[in-house]
Design a protein around this ligand. Structure first.
Ligand SMILES: NC(=O)c1ccc[n+]([C@@H]2O[C@H](COP(=O)([O-])OP(=O)(O)OC[C@H]3O[C@@H](n4cnc5c(N)ncnc54)[C@H](O)[C@@H]3O)[C@@H](O)[C@H]2O)c1
Ligand SMILES: [Mg+2]
Length: 352
């Protein structure tokens, strides 16, 4: 879909019309839906709804993958009526995106039993039977979702969680009311506006030139190692946070730092992961693990990491036992950082 846009220049109207790209028209359409409740309500008529129960998305297994079923407005209304609820509950849904053809996508949680909402949680197993699917914990479904679906479900879960946790104004204690799209909540008494938030987190793959540093927390699955991560403190730049986290967690000082990419990450709360590569000062490679934060940290060679990326059955010693050496799933930005490092290393070690 495209749109012609007239351009006015120094008070004169030009005959020059520019074809707006699909991406621009889509972005502006979503902006309109966030700003205008009536437009958003209208978009629900032709929209698609993703369902959640207590923040777990509705999924349908298909071979080794999960499909993400969607309902149209009529199907959703029928479902609510069947479970003794009125269609008004649909106003609890949040806007999570739209197609290139401007089909708006919404997410609705039928399991959350919030104190300010008049709606009760609907019974999970009866819903699953009716919808021919299961509400699966998002973390557990990570390996079986395609990148497009997972990104949409990450957004949906984060937004639903944020609304659930911001039902009341922290200043007046009065209920807050969401706009139709769910892009903000307003306090009914003092009109303070609350916007959904993400916590900035830095994630850094430290290298000494030939090896990279990976670490694990107690909570990680056995054998899993990842890059160093940590929440930014108030007042810090990304660079400050990277240097502090690396110093805090493994006792090393960084020399060079290079931004790589960023990612929204919904676990355990909404974070904006900011990923960087870094190198340590020459000769300063002795790790001092902060055991209050990490279970272990170690330098890994290119060969070890490249094999683990290919899941070639390499093993690692942990508490006198041997476990498969695992890296984070492809969807995680930690995986992308590690892959980038391996590719760069492979390229730089090619003979001239
Ligand atoms: N997507 C990825 O590839 C990837 C990889 C690794 C970690 N992560 C995410 O990064 C996040 C941070 O990593 P970490 O656990 O090593 O952080 P961390 O090293 O900062 O340690 C966590 C501790 O920081 C404190 N903290 C400070 N600000 C906080 C806030 N806003 N929210 C929660 N705790 C806060 C808490 O005491 C918490 O226990 C984790 O939640 C994890 O899910 C994502
Ligand atoms: Mg950490």
């Amino acid at each position: 879909m495209s749109l012609y846009c007239g351009i006015a220049f120094r008070g004169k109207s030009f005959c020059c019309y520019r074809l707006l790209s699909t991406y621009v028209t889509k972005s502006r359409y979503l902006f309109e839906l966030k700003e205008d409740d009536d437009a958003c309500r209208k978009a629900q008529q032709t929209g698609a709804f993703y369902l959640f129960h207590s923040l777990a998305p509705l999924l349908q297994p298909s071979g080794h993958q999960y499909l993400v079923p969607r309902l149209n407005l009529l199907e959703l209304e029928r479902l609510l009526v069947k479970f003794g609820q009125d269609a008004q509950r649909i106003e609890d849904s949040v806007l999570i995106g739209c197609s290139e053809q401007h089909e708006a996508w919404f997410a609705l949680d039928l399991g959350l039993n919030s104190s300010s909402s008049t709606y009760a949680s609907l019974p999970k197993s009866e819903l699953e039977t009716e919808l021919k699917g299961s509400f699966v914990e998002l973390r557990k479904a990570l390996f079986q979702l395609n990148p497009v679906d997972s990104s949409l479900l990450f957004t949906a879960q984060s937004l639903l969680r944020w609304h659930d946790g911001h039902q009341f104004c922290s200043r007046s204690g009065q209920p807050t009311k969401k706009n139709m799209a769910g892009s903000k909540r307003v306090c009914s008494s003092n009109k303070i506006i609350y916007y959904p938030q993400m916590a900035p987190v830095v994630i850094t793959l430290v290298s000494d030139g030939t090896r990279c540093l990976l670490a694990r927390q107690h909570s990680f699955p056995k054998g899993l190692y990842s890059a160093l991560a940590g929440f930014c403190d108030i007042g810090e730049s990304v660079e400050d946070a990277v240097r502090r986290e690396v110093a805090e967690e493994v006792g090393l000082e960084l020399e060079r730092l290079q931004y790589s990419a960023s990612q929204h990450w919904p676990f355990p709360n909404s974070s904006l992961m900011i990923a960087c590569h870094a190198t340590v000062k020459p000769g300063q490679t002795e790790i001092q693990v902060n055991l209050r934060e990490l279970e272990a940290a170690a330098w890994f060679s290119y060969a070890e990491v490249a094999a683990a990326l290919k899941r070639k059955g390499t093993y690692i010693q942990q508490q006198n036992q041997s476990f498969p050496f695992l890296l984070p799933p492809k969807l995680a930005i930690a995986h992308q950082l590690i892959k980038e490092w391996v590719e760069k290393h492979a390229y730089s070690s090619l003979p001239n």
